[in-house]
Design a protein around this ligand. Sequence first.
Ligand code: DQA
Length: 153
Amino acid sequence: MKILVIHGPNLNLLGLREPEIYGTTTLSQVNQLLVEYGEKYKVDVHCFQSNHEGELITRIQEAAEKYDALIINPAGFTHTSIALLDALQACRIPAVEVHLSNIHAREDFRRHSVTAAACMGQICGFGADSYKLAIQALLFASQRKKNFQGQRA
Ligand code: DQA
């Protein structure tokens, strides 16, 4: 299985940015961790980060040609972006939404995800392990196979 992990805005600052919420692990360390974790399960993990909504949308649009599934942390765009929601809905491969923090235990405006409706599910609150859990969720889903491509629920 080939998975593209997409990180949204400000996640390039991981390790420095509000470490009491997001931890001290940097984005490149998270990515390295995910590549190694994927290897254990014969999953080819590629990672991409952008602060720009349009670049994230382009990657989502292109993903179905090269990947079997997406893991996405839309970061601040989670709570606002209809354009990312549309891109995920148009995408023919399954996606899992991930957050490092438990967005449901934070400010009111973070409790609602616009983008999760286009994903198979959402995993949040486990720091970098949220991404590992998303890999496991996709492995379980692919074992169930039925309608893995295009699956949302
Ligand atoms: C986040 C949660 C979002 O509310 C926030 O805007 C982020 C990070 C997380 O991973 O916990 O940038 O997506």
